[in-house]
Design a protein around this ligand. Structure first.
Ligand code: AHM
Ligand code: MG
Length: 346
C-alpha cells in the first residue's frame, strides 16, 4: 500500500480492499462490515461508561432516567442484532448469547451472508476495568435455503470457509483487527474517539514465528491430563538454548490475551479439563471464539490447533460446540500439538 500522510479509515480500507481483491463485488460485504463497525462504536461507548454507571448506582438495576439497565453483554448482543438485521445482507446470525440461530425479521430483506459472534467476550472482567472484546466470523451461505429452521447446515461450515473474521478490543483504546483471508493480511484500526473513526494503525500484522509468552489458566492444573502437564511444565523449565522459561501472561479475556500474543508472539491455551464435564471438550466455543481467531492468526503467519490438528479444519456439528484451543506463534503451537498428541514428553 502506498505511503499516506494521514491514516485511512476502516471504511476506506474495506472499500479499497474489495475493489482490489474482488472487482465484481456488489458492495454487500462492505455494507455488512461497516454496520458491524457502527455496532462496535456503540458498544465501545457503553463499555467506557461501565464504571460510571456503577457510581451513579444503576448497573443491573434502574438507571437515573428510571429505565432498567441491561447487563453489558446482553446490551452488546442486542446492539449487534439490531444493527445487523436490517441491512439486507444476512440470512441469519449466531451469537454466544443465543441458544438458537437468530432469524432476520420478515420486514427486512435477507442476503447471502452469515455472521457468528461473541458480543462481549471476557465479560467477567467488565467490573474490574480489564479489556474485553467482540469476536466475529463471517461466512457465505452455501444453499438456496432462506428459512431459519433449515439454515443450520449452512452455518456449520469449517472455519476455513470464513470470508472474514476479526475482533474488537475495548481496552486502553478500542481497536478493530480483521482479515478477509487469502493473503490479504491482518489489519488493525484504532478508534479515535474525538473523530469517532477507526483509523489504520497496524497495517499487515505478522505474528512472530516463536514467542516467549505462554497464557493459560494454571488454576486448572489439577484437572488437566498428564500430556497437558508436560506441555505447561515444558514452558516453565529453564533451558537457555530454547529461551526458556517463557513468561506467563493471562488476563482471562480471550481477545486481550490473543491480541497481546498476536503482536508479541506466544501461545494461548485453553486445554480440555476434568473439572467440569462441559470443559472436558474445552471451555471455548468453536464457532464464535476459536474459528474467528484461528482465521486471523493463520493470516498473520501463526497457527491454531485443538491439540491434534488445525482448528480451521474441524467439521462443526453444533452451533455452540466447545473445543480445546492452542493458538498463537506457529512454532509454539506445533510444539503443543506434539505434546498433546503424545509424540513428545519433554
Ligand atoms: P465468556 O465468553 O463467558 O466471557 O468466556 C470466555 C472467556 C475467555 O475470554 C477467556 O479466555 C476464558 O473465558 C477465561 O476462562 P477462565 O476464567 O476459566 O480462565
Ligand atoms: Mg466468550
Amino acid at each position: 500500500m502506498a505511503r499516506r500522510d494521514i491514516s485511512i479509515t476502516i471504511t476506506q480500507h474495506i472499500l479499497e480492499q474489495q475493489k482490489r481483491e474482488n472487482p465484481e463485488a456488489t458492495g454487500a460485504f462492505t455494507i455488512l462490515l461497516n454496520e458491524l463497525v457502527v455496532a462496535a462504536k456503540v458498544i465501545s461507548r457503553e463499555v467506557n461508561k461501565a464504571g460510571l454507571a456503577d457510581i451513579l448506582g444503576s448497573t443491573g438495576k434502574v438507571n437515573i432516567q428510571g429505565e432498567q439497565v441491561q447487563k453489558l453483554d446482553q446490551f452488546a448482543n442486542q446492539v449487534i442484532i439490531e444493527r445487523m438485521q436490517h441491512i439486507g445482507q444476512l440470512c441469519c446470525m449466531g451469537s454466544e448469547e443465543d441458544a438458537d440461530l437468530i432469524d432476520i425479521p420478515q420486514r427486512y430483506p435477507k442476503g447471502e451472508y452469515i455472521i457468528l459472534f461473541d458480543p462481549l467476550d471476557g465479560s467477567s472482567n467488565i467490573d474490574v476495568n480489564v479489556s474485553i472484546g467482540t469476536i466475529f466470523g463471517i461466512y457465505k451461505k452455501k444453499s438456496k435455503e432462506t428459512r431459519i429452521d433449515y439454515l443450520l447446515n449452512d452455518v456449520l461450515q469449517p472455519g476455513r470457509q470464513q470470508v472474514a473474521a476479526g475482533y474488537f478490543i475495548y481496552g486502553s483504546s478500542t481497536m478493530m483487527v480483521y482479515t478477509t483471508g487469502n493473503g490479504t493480511g491482518v489489519h488493525g484500526f484504532t478508534l479515535f474517539p474525538s473523530v469517532g473513526e477507526f483509523l489504520l494503525s497496524h497495517e499487515n500484522i505478522r505474528t512472530p514465528e516463536k514467542g516467549k509468552i505462554y497464557s493459560v489458566n494454571e488454576g486448572n492444573y489439577p484437572f488437566w491430563d498428564d500430556k497437558t502437564w508436560k506441555l505447561v511444565d515444558y514452558f516453565k523449565t529453564k533451558d537457555p538454548e530454547t529461551k526458556r522459561p517463557y513468561s506467563s501472561r493471562y488476563v482471562g479475556s480471550l481477545v486481550a490475551d490473543f491480541h497481546r500474543n498476536l503482536l508479541k508472539g506466544g501461545i494461548f491455551m485453553y486445554p480440555a479439563d476434568l473439572k467440569d464435564p462441559k470443559k472436558s471438550t474445552g471451555k471455548l466455543r468453536l464457532m464464535v471464539e476459536a474459528n474467528p481467531l484461528a482465521f486471523v492468526v493463520q493470516e498473520a503467519g501463526g497457527y491454531a490447533s485443538d491439540g491434534y490438528g488445525p482448528i480451521l479444519d474441524i467439521e462443526p456439528t453444533q452451533l455452540h460446540q466447545r473445543v480445546p484451543l492452542y493458538i498463537g506463534s506457529k512454532e509454539d503451537v506445533k510444539l503443543a500439538e506434539q505434546f498433546i498428541s503424545g509424540k513428545r514428553t519433554s
